[in-house]
Unconditional design. Structure first.
Length: 308
């Protein structure tokens, strides 16, 4: 009888999700290179300063200390690449928490943005700057962007856009995950948000997802003659990047990058909140699930009774 009771409890207990070095829930299993921010010691990084794998670039300053990096300036950037510029980043899950504080100007492209599947280290390498961005913009939009031709008027394509809120709130820690991974010759993208401040690893909701299957960039100006603007940037790449623009201040913490195995999803994503049109169907589904659970409990209790 004791064995049966233990078995019932084991069946009812959910498995704990895997977490990163900061205790934040992972969506996909780690498989390859990893990096986590070590931002305890105080230091200030100006553009061009290397701090381990992290390189400060752009127009601005990064002030680090007590686990937080504060970005200031018109166009501050944080890159992750090694001195040899080797292709060390493949399929990745980029995670951080960020806090909007103040801006010096209003720009349509400012916000919490990370780049993956990109070789960007030098603005003079126009074709090397091509890659993909996951954007959580201050004006409330969340989307992806493919860079085709750096600073060209028609050098960017936005896709997978949603607007889950009217604006990113100030002075609030927001969880951000951008996932980019190869799917055959194509590249898949997922963008997540957590509004719990990281409580119990965060409640990660997939806000949008999309795929580049070679359709993005058609008819646009290539970065160089002979380069296809629709080229898919798959495989291993040199760098990861965080950017923001027009800042007074924005703060970041718990920043990590992990290469991932997308065949193993350790934390199935929570879907976005239901719309008014499907809430009734969702409630019926929940009730059906509860009925099934209760029927299972009753069956188990009846079995236990026969063994007494």
């Amino acid at each position: 009888m004791k064995t049966l009771i233990v078995a019932l409890f084991l069946i009812a207990t959910p498995a704990l999700a895997a977490t990163d070095s900061f205790g934040i829930t992972q969506v996909y299993q780690t498989a390859g290179n990893t990096w986590s921010a070590d931002w305890i010691a105080n230091r200030t990084l100006s553009s061009g300063t290397r701090d381990g794998l992290l390189v400060a670039r752009g127009d601005g300053t990064i002030t680090i200390g007590s686990g937080i990096a504060t970005m200031t300036g018109s166009a501050p950037r944080m890159y992750l690449y090694n001195a040899l510029k080797q292709k060390i980043w493949g399929d990745v899950e980029i995670t951080f928490y960020a806090r909007r504080i103040s801006e010096t100007q209003t720009l349509s492209y400012q916000g919490f943005t990370a780049a993956a599947k990109i070789d960007h280290t030098d603005d003079n390498d126009i074709c090397g700057t091509r890659g993909y961005y996951g954007r959580m913009l201050y004006d409330g939009r969340m989307d992806f962007e493919k860079e085709i031709n750096h600073h060209a008027t028609d050098g960017y394509v936005q896709f997978g856009s949603v607007k889950p809120w009217s604006a990113v709130p100030k002075n609030t820690w927001i969880g951000y995950k951008f996932i980019a991974y190869d799917n055959g010759p194509n590249v898949n993208f997922e963008l997540y948000r957590d509004l719990t401040g990281g409580t119990n690893g965060g409640t990660w909701i997939k806000m949008t997802s999309a795929t580049d299957s070679g359709q993005l960039g058609a008819g646009l100006t290539p970065c160089a003659p002979g380069i296809d603007p629709t080229q898919i940037m798959n495989g291993k790449n040199v760098s990861i990047m965080i950017r923001n623009d027009g800042l007074g201040q924005a703060q970041y913490k718990w920043f990590s990058v992990r290469e991932i195995a997308t065949t193993t999803q350790v934390a199935p994503p929570i879907p976005p909140p239901a719309t008014t049109t499907d809430k009734t169907a969702q409630m019926k589904s929940i009730i059906d699930s509860l009925i099934a659970i209760m029927q299972g409990v009753i069956s188990s209790l009846n079995l236990l009774k026969t063994l007494l």
